[in-house]
Design a protein around this ligand. Sequence first.
Ligand code: SF4
Length: 244
Amino acid sequence: MAPWQSPWHNPAALQSPTALEGLNARIVRCRRCARLVAHREAVAAAPPRRYVGRRYWARPLPGFGDPRARLLLVGLAPAAHGGNRTGRMFTGDRSGDWLFDALHHAGFANRPTSAHVGDGLRLRDAYITATIRCAPPDNKPLPDEILACRPYLLHELRLLDRVRVVVGLGRIGWEAYLKARRALGAAPAATRPVFAHGAASDLGDGVTLIACYHPSQQNTFTGKLTMPMLRSVFIHARKLLGSA
Ligand code: SF4
């Protein structure tokens, strides 16, 4: 069954840039999680030496990419001095360097780097979102913060009705997508998805979920995730989607 025919798709939620823009305008004003609001603003007020004098975004991050995307990436959260500084997901930090290299290699991005919002980066057929939209202390959101932010992900999933391949960046992003599907009424997959790097799960409604280790420095510095491993995930996604 094609995703736009799936029972959990809301046919009233027309996929359009305008609808996504409206959602994103709501997201950037959100102050629902007191701990995260305090943290995102505190790190901006006391940046490390390399960013002293730089203006931080210090607000929630909206999703980013092609509103007609067939590939969706679900990450964890903005980095305190990456997205929380630049105002765009996976922008201005090492995780983004890795991710966009891999996306560019597979033809989903027009350039292999992501430095700042004015750098000309464009995603093609891909959209990036996150489990929560504000940088958490130690990159560890609390369960109630994940729950508080979930409605934004649900809304995005309704709007991005062409998505056929989802890459979960890290276990939390991978699980967030599966939980969001359940919240939207999707039937469980016939075979229980397993989180292992590169593992692809056919979810039974035209969507394939691919697990991917998060391109955090914790993984890339230690060699748990190498560039060939990361590229292979998006090459797989490209094959599933075809070259169109
Ligand atoms: S994490 Fe999500 S729900 Fe919480 S303040 Fe940020 S945008 Fe709002």
